[in-house]
Write a protein of this length. Structure first.
Length: 339
C-alpha cells in the first residue's frame, strides 16, 4: 500500500501528513487528542486562554493521548507568558501566526520544541525560515477564519516550497478531503493543515447550529471580510455569509460605528457572558441566543463537508482517499508511458 509518510511526519514523529488547524475556541483536548491518536497532529488554540486554562488544556490532552500534539499562539498579542506556560507543560510543537516569531524563538530553541509559523507569501516564508523556524505553513486565501494574505493555495504553496527548501511546508486553505491532501503533496507540500472539516467533527466544541450551517453551505457561500472585528480589529477573515453579513451589505456596507444593530447582544456564552453583534466569537456548544448571527468562520472547502464524523474517521477518510488518488495518478501515468 502507498505510504503517506513525509518529511513532516518524520520531523514531528507522527504517522500521517495531516494537521488539524487550531480552529479557535472550537478546538479542545478531545479533538486534538483524537487527531493525534489517529496518526495526525492535533492542535490546541490557546491564544486567548488564561494561564490556568492553558495548564488544564495541555494536561487534559496528555491524559487522552501519548502522541505529539501542538499549541497555537497568535502573535497580534504578547504571548510570552502563554508560551512559557505551554513549554512548562511540555507541549512538543508550537505554532505561531499573525506576527513576528523572532522574539520567541530563543525560548522555543532552549526548550527544543518544533516551531511552525504561518505565512502568506514567499518573502515572508524566506524571512522566518532564516530565523530558524522548523516548518512553514503556507495559508491560501481560501482558508476559513482569520486569513493573512490574498493569494490562493494553488499559487502560494509551490512558491513557498521553492523559497524555503528543504524546510517542510504545510499547505493550508481549501483542503477538506483526500483529493485536496493529494493535491497539496503534488504541489510540493509535506502535509495539509485542515480546519473547516474538523469543525464538523464529533469532538469539536462547535454549536449544533454552526455545524448545520456548515453542512448545508456551498463553496460560493463564504465571504472574505473584516466585519467581525469585535475583539480582533483589522484582521480579515472568511465566514459563511449569514444574516449579519446580508443585513450589513443591504445597509450599504457601512463602517464600524454605523453598522446595523451594532452593539446588540445576540447570544450568551455558557457562563452567561454577553456576545455582541460583530464580535469575533464563533458559536460554541451550550451557547444560547441567536447564534446564526455570530461569526461563522469557514473556508471555501465548506462545500465539501457533508456529514459529521469522528475526528478519527475524518483522518482515516482523508488518508485513504489521498492514497487512492495518488495510486490512480501513478497507474494512469504508467499506462500512458507504455503507449
Amino acid at each position: 500500500m502507498m505510504m503517506l509518510r513525509t518529511q513532516l511526519a518524520d520531523l514531528l514523529d507522527i504517522d500521517l501528513p495531516i494537521i488539524q488547524a487550531p480552529i479557535g475556541s472550537a478546538s479542545c483536548p478531545e479533538l486534538a487528542a483524537a487527531v493525534s491518536n489517529a496518526g495526525g497532529l492535533g492542535m490546541l488554540a490557546l491564544s486567548w486562554h488564561c494561564l490556568e486554562a492553558i495548564h488544564l488544556a495541555i494536561r487534559k490532552t496528555r491524559t487522552l493521548t501519548d502522541r505529539p500534539f501542538g499549541v497555537n499562539l497568535v502573535l497580534q498579542w504578547n504571548q510570552a507568558e502563554r508560551l512559557e506556560t505551554c513549554l512548562e507543560e511540555g507541549a512538543p510543537v508550537v505554532s505561531f501566526s499573525w506576527g513576528d516569531p523572532e522574539p520567541y524563538l530563543a525560548r522555543t530553541g532552549r526548550a527544543k520544541v518544533k516551531v511552525m509559523h504561518t505565512v502568506a507569501s514567499a518573502a515572508e516564508a524566506r524571512r522566518v525560515a532564516d530565523l530558524g523556524v522548523d516548518i512553514i505553513v503556507a495559508q491560501g486565501w481560501e482558508a476559513g477564519g482569520h486569513v493573512q494574505g490574498q493569494v490562493s493555495t494553488m499559487a502560494l504553496v509551490p512558491r513557498v516550497v521553492d523559497a524555503v527548501a528543504p524546510i517542510p511546508v504545510v499547505a493550508a486553505g481549501g483542503i477538506a478531503d483526500g483529493r485536496g491532501l493529494a493535491a497539496a503533496l503534488a504541489l510540493g507540500a509535506a502535509g495539509a493543515w485542515i480546519g473547516t472539516r474538523f469543525l464538523a467533527s464529533e469532538e469539536a466544541r462547535s454549536h449544533s447550529e454552526y455545524r448545520r450551517l456548515i453542512l448545508q453551505a456551498q463553496e460560493t457561500d463564504t465571504v472574505y471580510t473584516g466585519l467581525f472585528d469585535g475583539g480582533w480589529p483589522n484582521a480579515p477573515h472568511r465566514v459563511i455569509e449569514n444574516s449579519t453579513v446580508a443585513n450589513w451589505k443591504s445597509a450599504g456596507s457601512p463602517p464600524a460605528g454605523k453598522r446595523p444593530a451594532e452593539g446588540e447582544v445576540v447570544a450568551r456564552s455558557e457562563d452567561g457572558e454577553p456576545i455582541h453583534l460583530y464580535d469575533d466569537t464563533i458559536p460554541l456548544a451550550n451557547m444560547t441566543g441567536d447564534v446564526e448571527r455570530l461569526a461563522l468562520y469557514a473556508g471555501q472547502s465548506v462545500g465539501l463537508v457533508h456529514v459529521i464524523k469522528s475526528a478519527s474517521a475524518i483522518v482515516h477518510e482523508l488518508t485513504e482517499d489521498a492514497r487512492r488518488v495518488l495510486l490512480n495518478l501513478a497507474d494512469n501515468a504508467k499506462r500512458h508511458s507504455n503507449h
